[in-house]
Design a protein around this ligand. Structure first.
Ligand code: BGC
Length: 743
């Protein structure tokens, strides 16, 4: 026996321990047999192929559907093992393949309250888009990924990517604005941040589900070129950037076929043109057929198995659905599980890090609050000179509003205002998060007299405002899945409230909590306006930091604020005829069978958001890409170097006396032959600058962003000719211009 070093026996034990640790999950779950797919040095596709070879048809079909949800499908007894999220897919324990536990997670993990938990409420997704900050988006996704895992989930159902084509859409808060390049890049970054946490990412709702009204019945008509250059481009970029594991097909029909059985969308575009390797799952209750959907490229049905259960199995057995088609669906799910690491690194439940979550939520809120107006340097307020402030607005003493529906989050500390009688949040009810504007403002200025008025009686609120040095009005426009906004006007007489307060106090600051644009008939009467969106768990602290100048605002609008609804492409939102609604308990059966269609024609085509207002020469209230800062910036030295990826270089200078971050935006106009709207965003850079500092910026432009979609050739085409490159701080403030010829 040697005196030093481990004995042979010890070495054997150590080696066995290491091996069993490395192989633990698969060994444990597969009866101690090491399978070839446990070898993580193989590619996800190789590993998936090995598993598919071993699976029975029953096991394959079990991966292709969920286990049910009350009100939307029958329930399987297997659902008892669900973690309580929206979706649960049994795994294949015999082969070491874990279950998929899905949770909604748009701006945080959904409805953890039902499971006795909580999760960080981040600012809404559209707020994250207003940061124009890809690192912040990455952090956003990473936080959601960590909290999903801590709660035992391994798949997110966040990733809303629909464009704000219809700004009254009640889910605008879940999406990333009106520009396909901004939305695509941002969702790509969110997904990257999420998936590095070993969570399956999903982007949704594919495609053109741009309003809630009649979503299960509507048929969207749009020409292919316009679709590819707008809504679909956002998904294309998002997938290209992130390799998100899944795409959720939407409820609506597109050009005649439901999105979840639409061969053009699922196979021709997604799987062929974009080479998407992941899987397509339905929105909840979004399946309408078996053989047609399977052949069209649908891989997985949620939340039940109306079509992709026994019927599918029998269809394979009788040869109606090719076995290879089912193998492809299964392969896609398995390869995504291997690729994102959910097989090798299953989640372990743990406690959500509340403090860490607050920090991230606040930082993102500070980066996403947009300063829209600031006359005579009204903001930041100088705490040493102010003796009294009136804080006015519904619930501004206790909370800030949140977005509802399947995105709803239960934040740490419970809700500030919620419907009585229940411990958790409910569908289609306003929930206010516990982040108090009144307290945050008081904390900044403890010696001052800070009065609160709810604004319920505008005259009383105006009287409080009259006696204060400054009035800060918190106004809101709530929105949720399952509804659209009646209009872009602030509801509950808030326009009247603001006008009365502004008439009483010339130093009126309005903080808007909305995620869709709002019209502002009072805008000329107030001295400052901030758009705080649905600001999340630490919104009030972030807003107070901006109001008092601890943070210099740097966000820019990801959506245009029109002057009036009459200026929208569709001045009134198209609603379904009554007969197409299906609200009773058996409604899901009629939805599955297919409701009678009503039509929406997106004849504005590619002219979404600013592209519409530019082309139609309609002046707007606040343009896309716009946002003020407490400092000022200047732009100089534009140089455009043509080439495969044209390089746009320029200098940004901070010409003011405090540090800031400027979103420097690059737009391009295409040659007239392209027949495109006057300009499109083709890139940007968020530049941090100290007072007086200058930085040279390089933006390399992907040729696709300069191209049109040629439907006949089914591909992107750069039209040879003169391209105008424009650079500046908003879509309507572009001081630098240079034209180059591109071939
Ligand atoms: C929503 C989806 C969501 C699903 C599961 C549906 O109502 O449209 O976005 O992921 O429910 O909760």
């Amino acid at each position: 026996m040697p005196l030093h070093g481990p004995s042979l026996l010890n070495r054997f034990f150590t080696l066995t321990m290491i091996l069993s640790m490395v192989l633990a999950p698969s060994w444990a779950q597969s009866g101690g047999k090491a399978h070839p797919w446990t070898n993580s040095s193989l590619s996800p596709d190789e590993r998936a192929s090995w598993v598919v070879k071993e699976m029975t048809l029953d096991e394959k079909v079990s991966l292709l559907h969920g286990t049910g949800m009350e009100g939307l499908s029958p329930m399987s007894p297997l659902a008892v093992k669900s973690n309580g999220g929206a979706g649960y897919v049994v795994g294949v324990p015999r082969l070491g393949i874990p279950a998929i536990q899905m949770s909604d997670a748009a701006y945080g993990v959904r409805s953890s309250g039902e499971n006795g938990r909580y999760s960080t409420a981040l600012p809404a997704d559209v707020a994250a888009a207003a940061s124009w900050d890809l690192d912040a988006a990455h952090e956003y996704g990473a936080l959601i990924g960590r909290e999903l895992r801590a709660q035992g989930y391994n798949m997110s159902l966040g990733g809303g990517t629909n464009l704000t084509r219809e700004p009254r859409n009640g889910r605008t808060f879940e999406y990333l604005g009106e520009d396909p390049i901004l939305a695509g890049k941002m969702v790509g970054s969110v997904m990257k941040g999420l998936q590095v946490q070993h969570v399956l990412g999903d982007i949704k709702h594919y495609a053109l589900n741009d309003q809630e009204s009649g979503r299960n019945a509507v048929n969207v008509n749009i020409d292919k070129r316009a679709a590819r250059e707008s809504d679909l481009l956002a998904f294309e970029i998002g997938l290209q950037e992130s390799d998100a594991a899944a795409v959720m097909c939407s409820y609506n029909r597109v050009d005649g076929d439901y999105a979840c059985e639409n061969k053009y969308l699922l196979t021709d575009v997604l799987k062929k043109d974009w080479n998407f390797k992941g899987f397509v799952l339905t929105d909840w209750g979004g399946a309408h057929s078996m053989a047609k959907a399977s052949a069209a490229g649908l891989d997985h049905e949620e939340p039940g198995w109306i079509f992709f259960g026994d019927d599918l199995k029998q269809a394979v057995e009788s040869g109606k659905v090719p076995a290879a088609e089912v193998d492809d669906h299964v392969h896609r799910i398995l390869r995504s599980m291997f690729a994102t690491g959910v097989v090798d690194d299953p989640p372990q439940k743990s406690v959500v890090d509340v403090v860490g979550g607050f920090e991230v939520a606040q930082k993102i809120a500070e980066q996403s609050t947009v300063l829209l107006k600031n006359d005579h340097g009204q903001l930041p307020l100088d705490a040493s000179k102010i003796h009294s402030i009136a804080v006015i607005g519904p619930h501004a003493d206790v909370g800030m509003i949140s977005g509802g529906g399947s995105a709803q989050v239960d934040p740490p500390g419970g809700n500030a205002i919620m419907p009585s009688g229940k411990g958790q949040t409910r569908w289609l009810e306003e929930i206010w998060f516990p982040t108090s504007p009144l307290k945050s403002i008081r904390a900044k200025i403890p010696a001052a007299n800070v009065q609160f008025d709810s604004g319920a009686d505008p005259a009383a609120a105006a009287a409080v405002a009259k006696n204060a040095d400054v009035a800060v009005v918190f106004a809101y426009q709530w929105e949720s899945e399952g509804m659209d906004l009646d209009s872009l006007s602030l509801p509950h007489h808030q326009d009247e409230l603001i006008a009365k307060v502004a008439a009483a106090n010339p130093h009126t600051v309005v903080v808007i909590e909305s995620c869709s644009p709002v019209t502002m008939p009072w805008v000329d009467q107030v001295s400052a306006v901030l758009e705080a969106w649905f600001a999340g768990s630490r919104g009030a602290e972030a807003v107070a930091n901006i109001i008092f100048g601890d943070v210099n605002p740097s966000a820019k609008l990801p959506i245009t604020f029109p002057k009036s609804e009459a200026d929208l492409p569709h001045p009134t939102i198209v609603k379904p005829p009554k007969a197409t609604t299906a609200a009773d308990s058996q409604g899901w059966k009629r939805i599955a069978a297919g409701l009678p269609a009503f039509q929406i024609t997106y004849d504005e085509g590619v002219k979404v958001g600013y592209k519409w207002y530019d082309a139609e020469k309609k002046p707007v209230l606040f343009p896309f890409g716009y946002g003020l800062s407490y400092t000022t910036y200047s732009y100089s030295n534009l140089k455009v170097t043509p080439g495969k990826n044209p390089r746009v270089t320029f200098t940004v200078t901070n010409t003011g006396d405090r540090a800031g971050a400027e979103v420097a935006e690059v737009y391009a106009s295409l040659p007239p032959g392209a027949a495109e709207p006057p300009k499109r965003l083709v890139g940007w850079s968020k530049v941090k600058l100290k007072a007086g500092e200058s930085k040279d910026v390089v933006v390399e432009v992907d040729p696709k962003y300069l191209s049109i979609f040629n439907v006949e050739q089914n591909g992107w085409q750069l039209i040879p000719g003169d391209y105008g490159f424009m650079v500046g701080g908003s879509s309507q403030d572009l001081p630098l211009k240079e034209s180059v010829n591109l071939k």
